[in-house]
Design a binder for this molecule. Structure first.
Ligand code: SF4
Ligand code: SF4
Length: 295
């Protein structure tokens, strides 16, 4: 079983559209939407949930005002200013609370309990491209990477149990904890970038991250024809940093049309950017099975 993770230096590079097309080209694979802060792969893949479960991200303090003697200790000790109010209506702000437990430990009346913080829910689904795991964070729900790790673990065990050869992961953008959780243990990372100065800067940071973790990476330039000079710079940078090149995808208004229709681009048309993606998949598939990549 091979795990391919598609990431980008920032949001809005066309990463999820590309993942949807790769899902259509891959045949049956397990899909994991690990871009949980902006989960939208389901809008194109349109999976049917089979089961759902709450995602417990950590702990929140709650105060039992019946037992509170209004000593003020918890307010003084909370470093996150999460406790407000007076005697009888003293309460914890669940968004500010980090669940550290200091207030509960020092409350002289044992009036504070720590309860599970429900940050969202996650789903096991079926789609026409294969099984899918995905999630929805509550407003202000926290994604520390724990939810991403949970989704990846579920995707891996689904692939093993159902003997599916490919796990295709829509990873989190950036270089923080969620993206580290997205790429850890992957067989190949495909980095989507655009030929802009910020795209070059972001690519450098992302490839630094994948190199640090020793994960083979390939780069694909989306909308390469809006600045071919920058596209060349990106490909040279990729090679200099030890990454492979997966190809170039041209700017194509059909991408927007396909999004509006809610279908992967490669199912909407077979020329233009769709044919570029076909070539990208051919190179990525070869690299996944060969364990080395084309430059
Ligand atoms: S530490 Fe306990 S008793 Fe004191 S104000 Fe807070 S909840 Fe009330
Ligand atoms: S658990 Fe920690 S962060 Fe939350 S209210 Fe208590 S002291 Fe503040």
């Amino acid at each position: 079983m091979k795990q391919l993770v598609v990431i980008s230096g920032k949001g809005g590079t066309g990463k999820t559209s590309l993942v949807a097309s790769l899902a259509a080209l891959a045949g049956k694979s397990v899909l994991a939407d690990c871009d949980v802060d902006a989960a939208d792969l389901h809008l194109v893949v349109r999976p049917s949930p089979v089961s759902r479960a709450e995602f417990v991200g950590g702990k929140n303090a709650i105060i039992d005002c019946e037992r509170c003697s209004d000593c003020g200790t918890c307010v003084d000790l909370c470093r996150f200013d999460a406790i407000a109010g007076e005697f009888s209506d003293r309460a914890v702000d669940p968004i500010a609370c980090e669940g550290c437990g200091v207030c509960a430990w020092f409350c002289p009346e044992q009036a504070i309990d720590l309860v599970d913080a429900i940050e969202g829910e996650w789903y096991r689904s079926e789609s026409r491209f294969g099984p899918m795991v995905h999630a929805r964070l509550n407003p202000a729900g926290e994604n520390s990477g724990k939810l991403v790790s949970l989704l990846r673990s579920e995707a891996r065990s689904t692939a093993e149990n159902r003997k599916i050869e490919t796990v295709l992961i829509d990873g989190s953008p950036g270089i923080g904890c969620p993206v580290i959780a997205s790429i850890t243990g992957a067989d190949l990372v495909l980095v989507v970038t655009e030929p802009t100065l910020s795209g070059i800067h972001d690519l450098e940071r992302v490839l630094g991250l994948t190199k640090h973790f020793g994960i083979p990476s390939m780069v694909v330039v989306n909308k390469y024809d809006i600045n071919e000079e920058n596209t060349r710079r990106i490909e040279e940078l990729a090679t200099a940093l030890g990454a492979g090149t997966a190809g170039r995808i041209r700017f194509d208004p059909a991408v927007t049309t396909a999004q509006i229709e809610g279908v992967p681009l490669v199912e909407h048309s077979d020329d233009g950017a769709a044919s570029d993606i076909d070539e990208v998949w051919r190179r990525v598939k070869w690299s996944l099975s060969a364990g080395r990549f084309l430059t």
